[in-house]
Design a protein around this ligand. Structure first.
Ligand SMILES: *Cc1c(COP(=O)(O)O)cnc(C)c1O
Length: 292
């Protein structure tokens, strides 16, 4: 895990018009497991656990969750015991994500989908345990993401684009963006109309930057991977050498191209894409589908 690995790369795919400038902040280079934004969401949660004297981290997720993989790796690095409460029955063969998390020392507990929703309650009041909500979605998570834009010089950008799951990362970006910047979130879930309120709840009082969620780029819904997305990811990598993932960042860059076609950006806009990582999720695809 090394913050100094993060770079700000100029982005110049063939479809970028001359009147626009684009760069991508490569949080994916931080670490193969504690990938991208997940480290920033965990940072102040782990710090709170430590200062409260709790040695055990407990969190929640699905079989392909980047958050589960990142929590396992970060807890190993920081010396916490950790448990992942996983939605669904234990499968005969663990997904790549879950196997990696287990290999890094995470205790996996599987619980039925019905019980999962309210399961947090049954783990509260354990004095040694610090609970991180699914996806790292809390104020400490957003606070960590407020540090992303100051890693490298990003003040000159007019637009900031980021993929959205829970909206925690986006909230951190909005809280730390300049009033002159527009922060645009691309939800990867279908029917995620609740997100506006969830993001709003994590914003600091009085923050003034412009932001919006664009709900038309989920590509069929969460973890739906259509052939057009695979083609896009492969072509984008061949052209730029930048790998993207099938759940979040592939959809983000594809949305960027579609927004250019829609003339969403005024001439001379300078667009910053946040590469939030997630590349470990690509390993759940059969080999050979992606040529990264
Ligand atoms: C989890 C994740 C996101 C979504 O972050 P939120 O803070 O939940 O919106 C985006 N990109 C990648 C690669 C992720 O793993």
């Amino acid at each position: 895990m090394n913050i100094a690995n993060i770079t700000l790369d100029t982005l110049a795919p063939s479809w970028l018009p001359e009147q626009l400038e684009a760069s991508i902040l490569r949080l994916d280079k931080l670490d193969p497991n504690i990938s991208g934004n997940k480290w920033f969401k965990l940072k102040y949660n782990l710090e709170a656990a430590r200062s409260e004297g709790r040695q055990h981290i407990l969190t929640f997720g699905g079989a392909y969750s980047n958050h589960i993989a990142a929590t396992a790796a970060a807890c190993r690095e920081a010396g916490f015991r950790c448990t992942g409460i996983i939605r669904g029955e234990r499968p005969p063969v663990l997904s790549h994500t879950l196997q990696t998390a287990q290999d890094m020392g995470m205790q996996l507990e599987f619980i039925s989908r019905e019980a999962y929703r309210d399961s947090r309650l049954s783990f509260e009041n354990r004095p040694d345990t610090y609970i991180i909500p699914e996806g790292g979605h809390n104020a400490a998570g957003a606070r960590g993401c407020e540090e992303i834009l100051s890693l490298l010089p990003t003040a000159r950008f007019t637009h900031i684009l980021c993929a959205v799951g829970t909206g925690t990362t986006l909230a951190g970006l909005i809280n730390s963006a300049a009033a002159t910047q527009t922060v645009t979130g691309i939800p990867v879930l279908k029917g995620a109309g609740y997100l506006e309120a969830e993001v709003q709840a994590l914003l600091r009082p009085g923050q003034t930057s412009h932001w919006q969620l664009l709900h038309d780029f989920h590509g069929g819904g969460y973890a739906k991977v259509k052939p057009a997305l695979i083609d896009f990811i492969n072509t984008f990598f061949a052209e730029t050498g930048i790998p993207t993932d099938i759940i979040y960042t592939g959809k983000l860059v594809k949305a960027f191209r579609e927004l250019i076609h829609q003339r969403y950006f005024a001439d001379n806009s300078k667009v910053l894409l946040i590469h939030t990582g997630g590349l470990q999720g690509n390993l759940s695809l059969p080999p050979g589908v992606l040529s990264l």
